[in-house]
Write a protein that binds this ligand. Sequence first.
Ligand SMILES: *Cc1c(COP(=O)(O)O)cnc(C)c1O
Length: 387
Amino acid sequence: MSLLPPHVARRAEIVVDLAAIRHNVRLLAGEIGPDVALMVVVKADGYGHGMAQVAAAAREAGAPWLGVATFDEALALRAAGDTGRLLAWLTVPGEDWAPVVAADVDVTAYSLADLDQLVDAVARAGRPARLQLKIDTGLRRGGSLPADWPALVAAARAGEEAGHWRVTGIWSHPASADDPAHPANDAQEQVFRDALATAEEAGLRPEVRHIANSAATLLRPSMHFDLVRVGIATYGLDPAPGHTRDLGLRPAMSVEATLAMTKRLAPGDGVSYGHTWVADAPVTVGLVPTGYADGVPRHAGNTAHIGVAGVRRPVRGRICMDQLVVEVAGEGEEPAVGAGDRVVLFGSAPDPTAQDWAEACDTISYEIVSRIGGRFVRRWTDSERDS
Ligand SMILES: *Cc1c(COP(=O)(O)O)cnc(C)c1O
């Protein structure tokens, strides 16, 4: 992936364990049982883990479906050699649907305008499409509003009868599945059931009806229907902290860097821009050669922790563009690390996790893993196969 020479790769790395992905996929498949299909969502470069690598690992672990947002992502997966069922769901007017139809991707229509584009694409692709319809059951993001749904299903059925496509799926997306007591869950499930009934009356017989994301998969079995779309849980992160039980998911990503130097501070020394942290005792700090240009959130300044020789140590002062400072030893402690030693920004316990970073930065783990990148070099390992 990287054009940099290998010695540069050691400066700061994102290490992805593909065995963890396979483990999580198998665990989730066991959770939903044999009658529900699993779709592993690999959009956004596999939530920062590497789309093609995650896709291959997910297929190997038995995932029958993959999901992506954009056509570009779908075509990139096909170019990487993936031939299984694959759903894409985010387009803008004027995009060309023909290449994805030709590539055997299930496409999603939100509106009659989407169906018009698809009719044209099918003619050019020279083969019928696999079409899924999205109903907006309450998220008020993409999808057909319930008021527009009867017209959409009628047109979809007419197109099916005309041989343009087969309607393979009907789906929606929950707004608050990470909060099981939220009234939107019951409300959305009911709207979805009504929309399915309307589609059935119109003559549609979709293979897969689906609404669940990771949180609904783990917390709301009544939302499983025929298929669940699992993203964050595949990567070993908790979709609903505080609500889920410990399933044994394993974080696949570990973000690591080599200390550029360490130094001893005197009481009164301020650290990094603005001196927002001032040592009140003689402590030792380490220079971590990565920063916000690499996707390390600037909000982590003075709040997040870094794994140093298996101990969580505080980030001191502001995160800079290329660097940050971590306290590696407190007063009276001998530092366990020095220049050249590896530290872990986030990964798996006992090191801090992406969830710990999310809490420190007032965000969600999804944002932490999907934004990390920049000059980090990504490397894929396999803890079950590497010696
Ligand atoms: C991203 C996404 C998912 C996966 O959500 P998670 O919470 O990561 O499981 C599922 N469906 C759609 C439509 C998405 O955009």
